[in-house]
Design a binder for this molecule. Structure first.
Ligand SMILES: [Zn+2]
Length: 273
């Protein structure tokens, strides 16, 4: 199968987009890679996350460079969740935006109908999902590692879009970005235990692992099943096949470096004003 994400290059920056969404008027989206930017060593080079231990001034410079060069936007318009591996979805209405707090506490997903509000997610193996409801002009982003995935964070996003804007699940589109794929994602008993006790246990997809007696989690397929169960049409789910762990040249991967410091890529979506 062919990779659905297109590789774009502008100056030193390489970023990925889904061509089917590039034609949608007023909607901008993309995923960064590690190519471009100023960070060095394990963070080389387009590290967009503050958490890994990189120099904050370099991360800030990378963010300004990435947002400015590719999207012509400033970092002050960027909002993102604290990303605590939970299932909280924050609605970015005018009041939240006016407060100026860019990091939304406790949130792993954000949704908005406001223009020029940049929704970001950060990851180094976790799945970043982007949402669009064209009818109601709503966009969203979700950060889904194994815990958020198994607890159905993507379904929570759909529920919030329904409740807030009367979005019809059958019309919502979802783009699943690069993440650690089942080839590399061996998991332990803790994950199996949480899966067994989750209301989404029937949607969780495990694959046979490389090592005897061990299982791998299929993050992508699990989220796909949960989206379908939430009413999203399968033809509205677009999934990258990039494995962040296999492609060290393009992506940061926490698993590949064995828990050593690494950077983060960014998924981004917003309604252009
Ligand atoms: Zn892999």
């Amino acid at each position: 199968m062919k990779e659905i994400l297109w590789t774009n290059r502008l100056g030193d920056i390489v970023y990925l987009t889904y061509p089917g969404w590039e034609l949608l008027p007023g909607i901008r989206h993309g995923f960064s890679t590690r190519l471009g930017g100023f960070s060095t060593g394990p963070f080389s080079a387009m590290n967009l996350g503050f958490r890994g231990g990189d120099s904050p001034s370099l991360v800030a410079a990378n963010r300004a460079h990435f947002l400015g060069t590719i999207w012509g936007r400033q970092e002050e318009r960027l909002f993102y969740g604290e990303q605590v591996h939970g299932t909280q979805v924050c609605v970015l209405d005018r009041q939240v935006i006016r407060s100026g707090v860019q990091t939304i506490p406790q949130a792993d997903a954000l949704v908005t109908a406001e223009k020029e509000v940049l929704l970001g997610g950060f990851s180094a193996d976790c799945l970043l999902a982007l949402f669009i409801d064209l009818d109601h002009r709503v966009v969203g982003v979700a950060h889904a590692g194994w815990r958020g995935t198994i607890n159905g964070i993507l379904s929570h996003v759909v529920t919030v879009m329904q409740g807030q804007w009367y979005s019809e699940p059958g019309k919502i589109q979802c783009l699943l970005g690069p993440c650690i794929q089942s080839c590399c994602y061996e998991i332990g008993e803790e994950v199996e235990e949480v899966a067994a006790n989750s209301p989404w246990s029937r949607q969780v997809v495990f694959r046979e692992g490389m090592r005897k007696g061990r299982q791998n989690l299929d993050l992508m397929d699990t989220n796909r099943q949960i989206l379908k169960e939430s009413g999203i049409k399968k033809e509205h789910i677009f999934a990258s096949q990039y494995c962040t762990c296999c492609h060290g040249d393009l992506f940061y991967s926490y698993r590949r470096v064995g828990g050593q410091p690494t950077g983060s890529l960014m998924g981004l979506i917003f309604l252009a004003g």
